[in-house]
Write a protein that binds this ligand. Sequence first.
Ligand code: PLP
Length: 397
Amino acid sequence: MRRIYLDHSATTGVRKEVLDEMLPYFSEVYGNGSSQHSFGRDAMKAIDEARRKVAKAINAKPNEIYFTSGGTESDNWAIKGAIYANLERGKHIITSAIEHPAVMDSIKFLEKELGIEVTYLKVDGEGIISLEELERAIRPDTVLISVMAANNEMGAIEPIEEIGRIARARGIYFHTDAVQAIGAVDIDVEKMNIDMLSLSAHKFYGPKGVGVLYRRNGIRVKKFMNGGEQERNQRASTLNTSGIVGLGKAIELASENIDKNNEYLASLRDSFVEKLISRVDNIRFNGPKDMTKRLANNANFSFEFIEGESLLLRLDLDGIAVSSGSACSSAALEASYVLLATGVPIDIAHGSIRFSFGLENTMEDVDYTVDKVEKIVGDLRAMSPLFKRIDGGEFNV
Ligand code: PLP
């Protein structure tokens, strides 16, 4: 059976060039990067090379790059670490209503544990925050602004350069979760006044379980992992040499090819969106309609009168992998809080699917998927009593 993977926002496969660079670091160069002998030095040399590649990709300094176990750890460390280290400065955080659970739950933890006060910025119908609302939300005791660079469900790209300018002018730390943005949006931490940034290798064709927290020098952040003195005594645990080497290669490839990759992905996505809208009725394209404000690989649709889960399972039977809501929360059959925040009605939000394209997809994959979605949506609606009544005119006044 043909299998088509359209869930690249959940994770990507490791690219061959990345894997080839990683392989020697499993059983040839296996020293502990912290050891003082040549085995350790060889590992540390490769780690530092990867550190330089990450720094170059986001215009940071190598000693501002801290390797972690992924996006979730980086988000937790940035948010909790900044608040715990700056309690005397205040107890107020500003964030958006559509953050990933790694940010949302870190903030909720602080609300509960420390009585931190939080302003959740609303988003407009396309998922973008308002800079005026951000300005109004700032208080004398605001310590941190954490707003994602791009949303994982409907691909909205947030105005992080403007947010950075506002935060810097008011002396407030600015953290951005750039897990979905790396390789898709040009990030320059200097130009954008970003103080902390989270990224994760598996979203840009690198390995799982390895990420980075960028921390501007001079920013006060409490140590999160206690133990050894790795990462300039800021993040304990033996460094994941092969993973870090893979992350370095993957971010180098992603940032060198950003325009070319975006152009290719957008051609697939745009063709998909156009074909689906022309062939399937009663659907809603969620997130930014202005494609320059949206990740090039993301298409999110709500299909009225059907459950997203039913569509997902039927597509899976046909070999097509998509997601309903974010992968992390898709086990819970709740309507997506991200789509609800953009004003999608709850019953329609339930029928939503994210299609996220990747570099190995082709135009044939697009056409095959459109055919299957059209057929399955037709079948599911034919079984839906609500759709029949509306289709038959009963509610159609
Ligand atoms: N932040 C965003 C926006 C994400 O999309 C994800 C993963 O889905 C994460 C954080 C968590 O990253 P990781 O899987 O590396 O822990």
